[in-house]
Write a protein that binds this ligand. Structure first.
Ligand code: G
Ligand code: G
Ligand code: MN
Ligand code: NA
Length: 250
């Protein structure tokens, strides 16, 4: 696989980059954190989306060095911010198959000096499907460090509700496919409203993803959504832009 070869090289040469997408507090609009998103500008192909290269990395094992790089880079970056903004980092299910993941997280927190409560790790339901007991043990060990856990892409899988009961998540992130239909699509609106009620009754934090319009945001506010993320509130930006965003934050 040519992409696999090039990705290995890009990682070794430090050619991958992280961008950071703002996350805001819904009621106040205050900037409360960023999600780190991997970016790859291929010298010949141009920009390659993580939706394309993350699955390739998962297949060929490169996800372990890539995941480690993303975690280290994002935590080191967040440790320099002039505020207590949180940093959310995506973890791939494959990273949980290495026994040392909780230790890696602990090592990165120590070496970067980032307080554990400023780190949030995002996992998808895929993690919870194949090796539930092992995933549960790793998540519990990570939580004991004081790191928060978010269930990403919520609503797209099939056993979400049982997972919410069994696993120690602090937050769910509503998948942007539902947010996209807010207001216009009655079914999508009903699903978002139901997820917000569920989060409230389980005392989980909730972030709506893919917020693109003022009408999305207004409806989410009215329904009591806690946090929001999406192009309306800010596109992913390079690390060099974060300081100005934090400086002007309301
Ligand atoms: O940024 P964008 O919407 O193109 O991301 C596409 C997908 O790639 C998203 O599902 C996102 O979670 C995933 N992704 C981005 N960066 C990382 C990363 O560092 N690690 C993992 N595992 N997934 C990532
Ligand atoms: O799966 P995950 O939530 O990690 O994916 C985040 C991805 O969603 C990023 O690649 C980001 O660029 C993309 N994204 C973020 N905000 C929006 C949005 O408002 N609309 C759309 N279509 N994509 C978004
Ligand atoms: Mn995510
Ligand atoms: Na998501």
């Amino acid at each position: 696989h040519a992409l696999e070869h090039d990705l290995g090289e890009a990682l070794a040469l430090g050619q991958l980059d992280l961008h950071y997408q703002p996350i805001v507090d819904c009621p106040t609009g205050r900037l409360v954190g960023f999600e780190a998103l991997a970016r790859w500008h291929h010298p010949v192909r141009g920009p390659v989306s993580p939706a394309e290269f993350v699955p390739v990395a998962e297949e060929c094992g490169l996800i372990l060095p890539l995941g480690r790089w993303a975690l280290e880079t994002a935590c080191a970056e967040a440790a320099t911010w002039p505020s207590a903004a949180c940093i959310a980092v995506n973890l791939s299910p494959a990273q949980f198959r290495q026994p040392g993941l909780p230790q890696l997280v602990a090592d990165v927190l120590r070496s970067t000096g980032l307080p554990a409560d400023r780190l949030e790790l995002e996992v998808t339901e895929g993690l919870l499907v194949d090796d539930t007991d092992r995933a549960l043990a790793a998540l519990a060990a990570i939580k004991r460090l004081g790191v928060r856990l978010a269930l990403d892409d919520f609503g797209t899988g099939y056993a979400s509700l049982s997972y919410l009961r069994r696993f120690p998540f602090d937050r769910i992130k509503i998948d942007r496919s539902f947010v996209k239909g807010l207001v216009c699509d009655a079914d999508a609106t009903a699903i978002v409203t139901a997820i917000l009620a569920l989060a409230r009754s389980l005392q989980l934090g909730v972030t709506a993803e893919g917020v693109e319009t003022e009408r999305h945001l207004a409806l989410l506010r009215a329904e009591g959504c806690q946090r929001a993320q999406g192009f309306l509130l800010g596109r992913p930006v390079p690390a060099t832009r974060i300081r100005e965003l934090l400086a002007v934050a309301p």
